[in-house]
Design a protein around this ligand. Structure first.
Ligand SMILES: NC(=O)c1ccc[n+]([C@@H]2O[C@H](COP(=O)([O-])OP(=O)(O)OC[C@H]3O[C@@H](n4cnc5c(N)ncnc54)[C@H](OP(=O)(O)O)[C@@H]3O)[C@@H](O)[C@H]2O)c1
Length: 236
């Protein structure tokens, strides 16, 4: 992903990059959502590099509950001394982030995006943003991020957040590392856990902008595509 300015996108919202790692059959995790380390060493370094280029790393509260991520740059993997760290951003409509979650340890600036239904009090070092009545309205949140010094955000998951971002077309770049293994089954989360597409019109069109082998897997890069008929429509 090329380095660019830290300015928000022309839409007024923060620039949104999405990155995730999936199995070759498109699963984000093992059965029941158990965390899967799908990235090889080369991809882990690529992700750390991406994290250095953004102002915030975003996950949903489901990922906090299941994986308890630190959402920090692992400078040791880059072989560099620690530099500027992105903020941590959790989408948590009801305030379900556990008090002992690593994102609340106070070691890095942290923002929790909640809804009007949240009555939880967070530690004083945590900033909260109310965006939405029932759920977090991601479009509204992304529009407010530049006020918080977040011109560029990296969305890392999980399955429900990725589905919402994809369906609303709220991304500028989407990179996927495909690990060379199948997970299978019925309970391992797919990359997008959200509304199902019953026909082509209901799919999210993408434009492939990059494809490279990385270690044992490969990385594909996409940006939003244009709606329209597929090239071979009508061929069966
Ligand atoms: N392989 C990878 O790259 C990767 C990366 C990250 C996570 N994961 C995996 O993803 C799984 C977790 O995914 P998940 O779907 O359970 O959780 P998630 O997407 O991290 O968080 C979903 C939660 O966010 C809240 N939310 C609030 N507003 C929302 C909105 N507009 N759209 C979507 N969600 C909204 C909802 O909870 P409230 O209503 O309570 O707010 C919702 O249940 C885990 O298995 C984890 O290991 C994989």
């Amino acid at each position: 992903m090329a380095e660019g300015s830290r300015a928000p996108s022309p839409s007024g919202r923060a620039t949104v990059w999405v990155n995730c790692a999936v199995s070759a059959d498109g699963r984000l995790a093992f059965a029941g959502g158990a965390r899967a380390q799908l990235s090889g060493p080369e991809d882990l370094r690529r992700v750390q590099e991406l994290r250095t280029e953004v102002d915030a790393i975003l996950v949903g509260v489901g990922t906090v509950l299941l994986d308890d991520p630190s959402l920090r740059v692992h400078w040791e993997l880059l072989g560099r001394p620690p530099g500027r760290s992105p903020q941590r951003l959790v989408v948590d409509a009801l305030g379900r982030t556990p008090p002992k979650a690593r994102v609340l340890d106070g070691s890095l600036p942290t923002v929790i995006a909640t809804s009007e239904r949240c009555h939880r009090t967070f530690p004083s070092h945590v900033r909260t943003v109310v965006a939405g009545r029932e759920r977090v309205d991601l479009a509204a949140l992304f529009t407010r991020l530049p006020e918080l010094g977040i011109g560029r955000v990296l969305v890392e998951g999980g399955a429900r957040i990725l589905a919402s971002v994809a369906r609303a077309g709220l991304f500028d770049r989407w990179t996927i590392y495909y690990a060379p293994r199948f997970i299978g089954g019925l309970t391992a989360p797919p990359m997008l856990a959200g509304p199902e597409a019953g026909n082509l019109d209901a799919t999210v069109p993408l434009e492939l902008v990059g494809l490279e082998r990385l270690g044992e897997g490969y990385v594909a890069g996409y940006r939003p595509g244009r709606r329209g008929p597929p090239a071979a429509e009508g061929v069966t």
